[in-house]
Design a protein around this ligand. Structure first.
Ligand code: ADP
Ligand code: MG
Length: 240
């Protein structure tokens, strides 16, 4: 579903990604972990060209998004993204947040968009908030709306950048539970997270980034019990 070949990204002279090669199969859930500043967000953002790679190639499905001829707007429709800080439309209701892009981009009728929007709100446990404005929701509720909004475009891939890092502790679980459900439906997911328990339980693979280098790429059982690099061992010691 996703293939990354020798991905490099510089910001000016700063080399943030130093040649990353990996792939993610359809239905696979990959946790991306590593110290702050190691390039996790940049890596994720390259996968839908929110950052333009300096060199290297990336495929989403059969489209090479690093090929200038590829219509990136079309690819982005297919790649849902969830951010740490939600990024909901504040002046739209919860349901309008979900129906906006499907109507505008995919040409769904209002009735169609609302019907599938309501189904998604049900799925994330927020049917009763359809007419509410984001400002009146808790952080956990906002993030569940953000996930539902991304799903409203029926993406093939979902990217999450620290989706629970801005939440009060008591709201983390409700968001992780929604993500766990989504993983069980077979969604292809790449998740930057500091939730080691979640990564252990839900991820099929862990990618450990350090200093812009993909240091480990292993199943969680192996990564958490027997990390191969001293950098991963040091990181885990601080985390656990
Ligand atoms: P992480 O998500 O692992 O904390 P990031 O990908 O956000 O790491 O950042 C990696 C490095 O790239 C950091 O040193 C950061 O300061 C730098 N960086 C990220 N985005 C930009 C940008 N837009 N311009 C310049 N430097 C950036
Ligand atoms: Mg980050």
């Amino acid at each position: 579903m996703i293939k990354v070949e020798d991905l490099r990204k510089n910001f000016g002279k700063l080399e943030v990604l130093k040649g990353i090669t990996t792939s993610i199969r359809e239905g696979e859930v990959v946790a991306i972990i590593g110290p702050s500043g190691s390039g996790k967000s940049t890596f994720l953002r390259c996968m839908n060209l929110l950052e333009v790679p300096t060199s290297g190639r990336i495929w989403i499905g059969s489209s090479e998004i690093t090929n200038k001829k590829t219509n990136i707007m079309k690819v982005r429709e297919n790649v849902g993204m969830v951010f740490q800080h939600f990024h909901l439309f504040p002046h739209k209701t919860v349901l309008q947040n979900l129906t906006y892009a499907p109507m505008k981009v995919k040409g769904l009728s209002k009735a169609e968009a609302e019907e599938s929007g309501m189904k998604l709100l049900e799925r994330v446990g927020l049917s009763d908030k359809a007419s509410e404005y984001p400002g009146r929701l808790s952080g956990g509720q906002k993030q569940r709306v953000a996930i539902a909004r991304a799903l409203a475009m029926k993406p093939d891939v979902m990217l999450f950048d620290e989706p629970t890092s801005a939440l009060d502790p008591e709201m983390v679980k409700e968001v992780l539970d929604v993500m766990k459900d989504l993983a069980q439906t077979g969604m292809t997911m790449a998740i930057v997270t500091h939730e080691m328990g979640f990564a252990k339980e839900v991820a099929d693979r862990v990618l450990f980034l350090d200093g812009g280098v993909l240091v480990e790429d292993a199943p969680p059982e192996q990564f958490f019990t027997n990390p191969q690099s001293s950098r991963a061992r040091d990181f885990l010691q601080k985390m656990l």
